[in-house]
Design a protein. Sequence first.
Length: 383
Amino acid sequence: MGFIDKLRGELIDIIEWVDDSRHTLVWRFPRYHNQIKYGAQLIVRPGQSAIFVRRGRIADVFGPGQYRLETKNLPVLSTLEGWKYGFDSPFKAEVYFVSTRQIADLKWGTPNPVMMRDADFGPIRLRAFGTYTLKASDPRALLQELVGADSSFESDEISELLRSIINQSFAELVASAEIAALDLAENYRELSEQLRLQVVERIDDEYGLDLPQLFIVNISLPPEVEKAIDARTGMAVVGDMAQYQQYQLGSAIPAAAENPAGGLAAAGVGLGMGMAYAQNMAPGLGAGPAGGAPGSAPAQGSPGGPPPPPEPMPTEWHLVENGQPVGPFSPAQLAEAIVNGRVAPTTLVWAAGMATWTAAQQVPSVALLFPQLPPPPPAGDVR
């Protein structure tokens, strides 16, 4: 290699960054120790800025475009080098390219629940997650505060810091917004913009970064609170609990009576459930005295009158199996367990409103679900 070829190899003619990455914020031109030829071409593509650094000081900044590097294009660098009469010799400088386009698909979320005092539920814990976009708004500040002498700076290197700032700002926002937990969903757009502005206020001047977009995708309550809300909603949808119990009981009759594995026991269960259903549906119906009209039945509880209607069957039952409580079971599930032999007359059961665990045969509403067997025949000859 001749001297001229070697000299050409030491001089840089074209300075550019073909950015094929999606998360690189800053990239240093790799041959920064080599000399840049006077009149070399600088190509800065859309979404980029180029920064010249000489002896640890930021010299000149170039926006998108194509430049021929001369004294008039490098006023600060010319001053630093002390070229009083211009220069036509090679010079040394570090060149950093900064991506000014938006970096999308970045995610944030609360690693720990955020405490909030709610008007409906009192103190509760909230979790939230969302997405945001990031871009460099001030290349000088970004290079000075975060990049330093790194040859490449990725968005992942600052994601943890940004998530911490977003989470802290989110906690302050929900605490000061005084919006009920059940009303947060309809305010996602407004809260997202307020949160974005709070974060940008903290990172713009200090780090030269901007968040053009920030979205709150979801704010969730603890699972136990969501379960309680679902139960409360279900009760509101059901409305009249007594009518709902009657509906469940009536719906369980065909399934229990038509169970081929149940045989006569299934028929007995169907009959018992039918009697309970009829008593719940028409507690005032009953035969009057002999020869009397149906409307002349004596008052309930009086001698010869119909018995008072049974209490509505609870909607949830618990059993004792192997010494451990299991459940809850709906009335239909309880009837099926009786048909299958899982629940015996001596099985202990309990439902809301009962003082203690009681044998199934001693609970009137459950005893009706067992097969009604005929009593033994009287002693004597049986023909």
